[in-house]
Design a protein around this ligand. Structure first.
Ligand code: SF4
Length: 466
């Protein structure tokens, strides 16, 4: 998952992009970058590993002049976590610098790359996004837009893009619409960003969300709708609403906060916890779900876990070692809340189970009498190939274990997952238009070779709870 943002006709565009990236930091914390185009058409770029706030200083931003700029904050789903793969990608193109920032994952990138290498292309990175740049550059069409179209017709998978060629900014969403992209207005200029929270931070007004297959050409304060990409069945990522997006954003036309409360209410109906003394969330992405659970069940809402905000989101760390270490230092239970109590813990999802197991032990050690874990999404049984870091089936606890086994592994008194129907009803009141492949196995695109048959996770399953 990544965060992307682009601006056109905005004074000191890089400064505004920086603020937007700040708001999109939750979408990727490995690296960030900004590329600007000055009034003479020259590009300026800075990319580095780390957080947006550490990478850019006022002086650094002053070195990125111009009224056109794009930015990217990355966590790796394709290609390793290294500076070389940080975006925006920037190359010399025959009509000016071409810069590209990509959110998503191209499922046929390996085959396309092999083809391109055979034909003489030299790749500088291991990221799938560079494939797009090569396809654009090698297109035999004459006009830049036809070349982009040529490239897009060859790629499969998830892509929301901001792309500049000279002073022209393009914003593109793949025909299935996996990842969100919104258009906003800022004085006489335009902003395109992954989430509305990036518009809010700079005072831009929301114009609309881009629809699947839509692409825009933005230049000199005007927006032109280009002919949409060939239509496909919409597959918006349901996990954006469950976990990834910020609750203050509107994503896929839905308030993320409202969806999460609805998930919590539905969870309480499906998996009540009679006799529990209090309910609390695993902060922060589950806060609204716990609120919904408390409202529906009538169980008192508490703050039972405190999150250390100076540790990154465990889910988007690139290695298991980093995840395990961070889980231990990220949360601390409030002893006065949990000691001697029967508690309901609400989490948005259960991926590997590593964080949850540590958390449950901490809550138990803090004196909880009973722990009832409630998960506001169905069991995750398959990896995502469309831009979220769940790369192997073997890492997913629910792929190879029953709910009862997981309950024993986590040492909780009860465990309840939201049903798939419950999830879809809470998200949009209907089943259509969303990808739920990591829960259902119904993949909308070709599953990349060698990524679907991994060995199961080797976890200890105790015979009895506690
Ligand atoms: S597989 Fe899951 S995480 Fe990936 S796009 Fe589909 S719903 Fe989203």
């Amino acid at each position: 998952m990544c965060g992307i943002i682009g601006m056109s006709n905005v004074p000191e565009a890089a400064h505004q992009v920086y603020l937007g990236l700040y708001a999109l930091q939750h979408r990727g914390q490995e690296s960030a970058g900004i590329t600007s185009v000055d009034d003479d058409g020259r590009s300026h770029s800075h990319r580095a590993m780390g957080l947006v706030s550490d990478i850019f200083s006022p002086a650094r931003l002053d070195d990125l002049p111009g009224r056109v700029a794009i930015g990217h904050t990355r966590y790796s789903t394709s290609g390793s976590s290294e500076l070389n793969n940080a975006q925006p990608c920037l190359v010399d193109y025959h009509t000016g610098p071409l810069a590209l920032a990509h959110n998503g994952n191209l499922t046929n990138a390996h085959q396309l790359k092999a083809d391109l290498v055979k034909k003489g292309s030299i790749f500088r990175t291991s990221s799938d996004s560079e494939v797009l740049v090569h396809l654009i550059a090698r297109s035999e069409a004459r006009a830049p837009e036809d070349q982009i179209l040529d490239a897009l017709e060859r790629v499969e998978g998830a892509y929301s893009l901001v792309l500049t060629i000279g002073h022209v900014l393009y914003a593109i969403v793949d025909p299935r619409g996996f990842r969100p992209l919104v258009l906003g207005k800022l004085n006489g200029g335009y902003v395109v960003a992954s989430e509305t929270c990036a518009l809010d931070i700079i005072g831009a007004s929301l114009e609309r969300e881009l629809q699947p297959g839509e692409w825009l050409r933005i230049e000199n304060g005007s927006v032109q709708d280009l002919p949409p990409l060939p239509s496909k069945q919409h597959q918006r990522c349901v996990f954006e609403l469950i976990y990834f997006s910020r609750p203050d954003s509107v994503v896929f036309g839905e308030s993320v906060d409202a969806v999460r409360r609805a998930l919590g209410r539905r969870l309480a109906k499906e998996h009540p916890a009679p006799g529990a003394d209090c309910v609390f969330s695993v902060p922060d992405s589950s806060n609204a779900m716990a609120l919904g659970y408390a409202v529906q069940s009538g169980i008192k809402l508490e703050h039972g876990l405190i999150r250390n905000h100076y540790v990154g989101r465990t889910f988007i760390s690139p290695t298991q070692a980093a995840r395990t270490e961070k889980a231990r230092i990220k949360f601390n239970p409030v002893r006065g809340v949990v000691d001697g109590e029967r508690v309901v813990v609400v989490d948005d999802s259960l991926v590997r189970g590593t964080t949850s197991r540590s958390l449950i032990k901490m809550i138990r050690d803090a004196g909880a009498r009973e722990i009832h874990l409630r998960i506001a999404s169905p069991p995750i049984t398959g990896p995502c190939y469309s831009g979220i870091d769940t790369p192997t089936r073997g890492e997913l606890i629910a792929a190879t274990h029953t709910v009862e086994e997981i309950q024993r592994h986590l040492a909780v008194d009860s465990l309840g997952y939201l049903s798939a129907d419950g999830m879809h009803e809470a998200v949009a009141g209907a089943r259509s238009g969303f990808c739920d492949a990591c829960f259902s196995g119904a993949y909308p695109t070709t599953v990349p070779h060698n990524q679907h048959d991994e060995l199961p996770l080797d976890i200890p399953i105790p015979a009895v709870v506690k």
